[in-house]
Design a protein around this ligand. Sequence first.
Ligand SMILES: [Zn+2]
Ligand SMILES: [Zn+2]
Length: 144
Amino acid sequence: MIDKSGQYWHSECADDIDEYLKEYSENPSIDINSVVCRSCGKDIFKLWVDYDEEAIQVECTECGSKKILLDCVDVWEDASPELCKCPVCRKTGSYNVKAGFIRKENHNVKWIYIGNRCTDCGVLGSCLDWKISYEPTDEMENNI
Ligand SMILES: [Zn+2]
Ligand SMILES: [Zn+2]
């Protein structure tokens, strides 16, 4: 259940990110994929984000493994990432994360939306979205 009564949507459950991203991207057919730690299988992360370079890295709160998501590897060298701060509880805490892909008719991805849920206060959000202007995108998509 999502609590939509306030300025921000709140939820107890990571899967509610799906509904949030459908609404936020205004695209009900957005293809949503969970980000899960490849080392330990947990799904709670700190988020390192460079809003100018449009790049994101997740850091597992369980085992400390870091992963630069999707095609952000290409620009990470130039990035100055900062810890993502929840707009509501103001903690740099931890988040459930999903990657939403808007696809073209030929199935390649044209836009990526990152969906996140603050595990401290439950607020749903999208800390970053960016455009993809190349194809094919299948290799990039697997890098989550
Ligand atoms: Zn881990
Ligand atoms: Zn919060």
